[in-house]
Design a binder for this molecule. Sequence first.
Ligand SMILES: Nc1ncnc2c1ncn2[C@@H]1O[C@H](COP(=O)(O)OP(=O)(O)OP(=O)(O)O)[C@@H](O)[C@H]1O
Ligand SMILES: [Mg+2]
Length: 391
Amino acid sequence: MTRVPQLCLRPETVMPSEKACGPEPSGFGMRAKALFCGMRIIPCRAVTLKEKNMRKLSDKTGTEVSENVTRDEFPVSVRKADAGAEFGIHELDGVSLEVPVFDKSCQYLAKPASDYVFNTGLLRNLLSFLGKSSGDALYLYGPSGCGKTSMVIQAAAVLKWPTVSLTVNGRFELADLIGHPTIVKNELVFVHGALARAMKYGYVLILNEIDLADAAELSGLNDVLEGRNLVVIQNNGEVIKPHPSFRLVVTANTCGRGSRGTYHGTQLLNAAFLDRFRFIGCDYMSSEEELKLLKKVVPDADEGLLSGMVKVASEIRKSHLDPVPNHVYMSVPMSTRALVRWAKLTAEYSYESDPADAALVHAFTGRLSEEERAYVTRLKFDIMTGDTVNP
Ligand SMILES: Nc1ncnc2c1ncn2[C@@H]1O[C@H](COP(=O)(O)OP(=O)(O)OP(=O)(O)O)[C@@H](O)[C@H]1O
Ligand SMILES: [Mg+2]
């Protein structure tokens, strides 16, 4: 008797593999592909003892575990976190929030970076959202490299709250976040995407560069942004209830109203979509905080040199924001990312006659126009030698 391969529609936590089928006509959807390969379709399957045990476990936090997940993927309890103590920032003493507790082997837990410097004001706002989202999503906007994405990842890392961080683009489709059917070992299975998993198990989902995505496509997120269920039509209408610990944070360089030129490719976003967010504007850290950061990143470097670097970055930002007539206009600000790169490369280029000069080219000025490059080189010279800044 010929054995007919079975096709089972169910969620699974496996990587897509289509080896089972071999070549077939292109343009087939997964269902058609499965039928083409002569598979029998079974819409559901029996629950294994392992899954029953997992369900019992998950009952403690109210998480519904309906798929083959490992224990570390869903929260086991909730706890009260004291922000002042956990972040080591006394201004946050008395700020407490409820956070989910996951097994420490959870693959979505990030490791806190020892050299991360939190902006206390921004962190307080972020913690207020993480602690109680009240049905909102969070929109963080600000210049490139000022620390939007890393702040959320690092704050969640300190709180041991899993994060999934993705960057969207002009060809982003909602289905990429929800999931897709795929064939694994002769079975058609539905693999949940980042949004579906974050909603089910209470992760912080970060969608970066949201203003690069198509406004109409993003509107598909409107229900989820308001705390409603996610209906997965592609998986037989599966309904995913948002876990109480699920948070959605988006980051962008604009607040959805396009850019005057610096951030090419950004889109005008739909007003109804934007209306579902809490907006927090981010900016570069203060000079004191940036110096503190550089000292952590390159502890052996000369403090005078680091403070000069911070001043150069600050002057460049001023020239970008407030162009002075007849003076050089800086088309891009120097980000914290570029500043950190400059400090690190300077420490690495000790074999150069002027390490800071050589590092500045690779870290920042290499991409500027000749005029801007000459201005930054002179600015750096003036600041480092103690001359008056005169652009
Ligand atoms: N507060 C900070 N403490 C330590 N490092 C920081 C901080 N802010 C920024 N950085 C450094 O700058 C880099 C860029 O930060 P991040 O990716 O968070 O910026 P962003 O605002 O999300 O930028 P983009 O808009 O380009 O996505 C980080 O990888 C880190 O090296
Ligand atoms: Mg970012």
